[in-house]
Design a protein around this ligand. Structure first.
Ligand code: NOJ
Length: 754
């Protein structure tokens, strides 16, 4: 290791700015004068600074430039991490698991680098570490932030006790794109729902104190507008208006910052021509400036290097000169900050203040994590398998997350005394596919495999004869198993057809251009229907699918998503009525792929769809509206929602409030959950507003015959919107309030803002 003298921190000001950086200086990072989406990185001093912390300042004073640049480096494998450590230039490591391995790396950092600054260890703990919970899209379906918090709390404990400090979650990318595989990782199409789930997850991971041995630093990702990828193709271009950026994509990040999120990760996409990794407007001005985010921003995997492919940078030095001033503090995998930092400083393309600000933020999070006091993790405490309590929670959350899309007859729930059940379909005995994308340690053969649907049904109805026939694979065109599947169905009182997607069909880099049931699975359902025997379809999938055939022909459809390690049990809980389904769709289900993007909170056109008028906004060959709408979900009981009452008729533009209350009554014969949903519409505004926007929801559990008053409080934050300068406006005029159990709720009243 070379010993260098502490860096001279009083070197001259940044002069000799390049033409682009001078322009950027005018446009970006200007604090008060926000630059809008024209923003390019600035080489001016950061207008927004990390908060003062005396421990950080004392350490910073001792650091050489090389050591500072080293803190900005994050490496994703053990060998490269050791090489970087040998040079004394490493801030953190990710994707290495196992307490012994992590402690060994930490020992090098603490004992063999000049200042002994501990490493931060990251991992994608997205919906579980050893205990896999349902995918985040499923958790969104629960409309219950405590479900997300339960996952985060258990995941944090398991991961931190195993040496991980930092999770790359929650993902909070709002999207209108079911083709995009990463829809599985977020909470769907609505910014309000996504904000609530994101904030709950941040609190679940972090608690009040991330130095606790049971907590993780969270990472809000991907900043920002990643879900707007054109055509749903991963990593693709995003062109977005400022009003939509602020109204649609940014709110969950604002909520995460308000919940105290420790870190943020930039996204792979461009935002109106400026890639997120070089976008000073979104990272520096909005996230750090307007929102006051005081943690650090990490790049995504080689995201800084990719500025070259994007065409924002000519080489690695350019890429670093774009990303650091934009506000990206830590570089994941690529090494442009450490490689070119010194040169860029000498050329005055970045400033010492920018480097120091990035280092300060990273050190601050390390101090907050308590790493200087407790750099190592007790190897005896490593969590290698789910506890019984964690398994029970995962099962409970999975049950809350399933959506009963259809229940003709009703054919469900099944009686536990049923004589025989046939399970048909390629996912009936699936194990790891039930975890879906990003299943932490759960994909490894050494970890607990998820409970299959067949095993879940056997356990739920121990007296029943349970038979299984695969019928076909998830993909491919082989129908040779259909005959056996039909025979199996004919021999049983009821058939459960389990079809959908494998885990690999959603998640990162898993876009599909066709979102029908893959392979010949729809024909398999048709073959079972042809037997004339009763059946229900259970869907395992990571995105909305185009299922008009099922909607028409299957007596019942249960959307189970990728339900996690207790998947089979949780599905059986619902099929047999032990759990009454109460989930609601957090995304619209399109009728056909050509209808995408289709989302409930769209703007009206000048010619809203009218089946009797050709010259209105619709398709000639498709019914208007989604197959299943946002907020839809059935129960085995029935509810009424009535008695809509507003506390007043007028809300002041300055800090006004209106409370809205309704009475929800379980009018059926079983206890169950209903999600009371409140939507607003601003019919006349200076920027046209969505036909509806969700501004409140509450999931309530009610016994048969029971009733409850549900109250929502609306403020100017609910009735306002961001304009095309990114400014929040509260305008005078009428607001319509809709309350019900789906996005097309009809119970309505109005009030006036003024
Ligand atoms: C790339 C993904 O986009 C991001 O979500 C993830 O956290 C990183 N890789 C690290 O694995």
């Amino acid at each position: 290791m070379t010993i260098q003298l502490p860096e001279n921190q009083t070197a001259g000001p940044a002069d000799g700015l390049s033409r682009r950086s001078m322009l950027a200086g005018l446009l970006a990072a200007g604090g008060a004068a926000s630059s809008g989406l024209l923003a390019a990185p600035a080489s001016a001093a950061p207008a927004v600074r990390a908060p003062h912390d005396h421990r950080v300042e004392a350490l910073l004073k001792k650091m050489t430039l090389a050591e500072k640049l080293g803190q900005l480096q994050l490496i994703g494998n053990e060998d490269d991490a050791r090489k970087a450590l040998a040079k004394g230039q490493l801030g953190g490591v990710f994707s290495v698991v196992g307490t012994a391995k992590l402690n060994a790396l930490q020992k090098i950092a603490v004992e063999q680098t000049r200042l002994g600054i501990p490493l931060i260890f990251g991992l994608d703990v997205i919906h579980g570490y050893t205990t896999n919970f349902p995918i985040p899209l499923a958790q969104g379906s629960s409309f219950d932030p405590t479900a997300a918090a339960d996952d985060a709390t258990i995941s944090a404990k398991e991961a931190r006790r195993s040496g991980i400090h930092w999770t790359y979650a929650p993902m909070m990318d709002v999207t209108h794109e079911p083709r995009w595989g990463r829809i599985a990782e977020g909470s769907g199409e609505d910014p309000y729902l996504a904000s609530k789930m994101a904030a709950a997850k941040v609190v679940g991971y972090q608690g009040g104190d991330i130095s606790s041995p049971d907590r993780l630093a969270a990472c809000a990702k991907h900043f920002v507008a990643y879900g707007g990828a054109e055509g749903g193709r991963d990593y693709n271009t995003v062109d977005v208006s400022l009003q939509r950026l602020h109204n649609h994509y940014l709110p969950p990040f604002k909520a995460a910052v308000e919940a105290g999120v420790a870190t943020v990760m930039t996204s792979f996409n461009t935002i109106s021509g400026v890639p997120a990794h070089g976008n000073g407007y979104v990272v520096h001005d909005i996230l750090k400036g307007r929102y006051g985010f005081d943690g650090f921003v990490v790049s995504d995997y080689t995201g800084i290097q990719e500025l070259i492919n994007h065409g924002l940078a000519g080489d690695g030095a350019d890429a670093a000169a774009a990303a650091l001033p934009a506000g990206v503090d830590m570089e994941m995998v690529s090494t442009n900050y450490v490689d070119f930092g010194q040169q860029l400083l000498a050329q005055h393309r970045i400033t010492r203040e920018q480097v120091d600000d990035a280092v300060r933020r990273i050190l601050l999070v390390k101090f907050r994590l308590g790493l200087f006091e407790h750099p190592y993790t007790d190897e005896a405490g490593e969590v290698k398998a789910p506890s019984a309590a964690a398994m029970a929670k995962s099962r409970e959350v999975a049950g809350k997350s399933m959506v009963l899309l259809k229940n003709g007859g009703p054919v469900l729930p099944l009686a536990k005394s049923i004589g025989s059940v046939a399970v048909v379909g390629p996912l009936g005995t699936a194990t790891y596919d039930l975890n879906g994308t990003w299943s932490g340690l759960g994909t490894g053969a050494s970890t607990t495999p998820p409970v299959t649907v067949v095993d879940g049904i056997k356990a739920a109805a121990p007296g029943a004869k349970v038979t299984y026939a695969k019928g076909c694979e998830v993909e491919g065109d082989d129908t040779s198993g259909f005959g056996a599947a039909q025979d199996t169905a004919r021999g049983a009182d009821f058939t459960v057809v389990v079809v959908g997607e494998t885990a690999a069909m959603s998640g990162e880099a898993a876009a599909r251009s066709n979102i029908d049931l893959p392979g010949v699975q729809q024909q398999l359902v048709a073959a079972i229907k042809a037997t004339g025997k009763p059946f229900a379809v259970v869907l395992i999938n990571g995105r909305p699918l185009t299922i008009p055939y099922l909607a028409e022909n299957a007596p019942a459809i249960l959307e189970a998503w990728a339900p996690g390690v207790q998947g089979g049990n949780a599905i059986a809980d619902i099929l047999f009525g032990t759990v009454n389904p109460g989930g609601k769709l957090p995304v619209s289900f399109p009728r056909a792929v050509g209808q995408i993007p289709i989302y409930y909170n769209h703007e009206n056109t000048g010619r809203p769809a009218d089946p009797n008028n050709k010259y209105t906004s619709k398709y000639l060959d498709l019914a208007t509206g989604p197959l299943y709408e946002f907020g839809h979900g059935l129960s085995y009981t029935t509810f009424t929602i009535d008695g809509l009452t507003l506390s007043g008729t007028r809300m002041s533009t300055h800090g006004g409030k209106i409370t809205v209350s309704v009475q929800v009554t379980n009018t059926g014969k079983r206890s169950g959950d209903e999600v009371v949903q409140l939507y607003l519409r601003d019919p006349v505004a200076s920027i046209v507003q969505p036909v509806r926007k969700l501004r409140g929801f509450q999931r309530v559990s009610l016994g048969a015959g029971a009733a409850k008053t549900v109250t929502f409080t609306l403020t100017t934050e609910d009735v306002g919107f961001y304009d095309n300068a990114g400014k929040f406006r509260v305008e005078k005029g009428k607001i319509e309030v809709y309350v019900g159990n789906t996005s097309s709720a009809e119970l309505m009243d109005t009030f006036t803002v003024g």
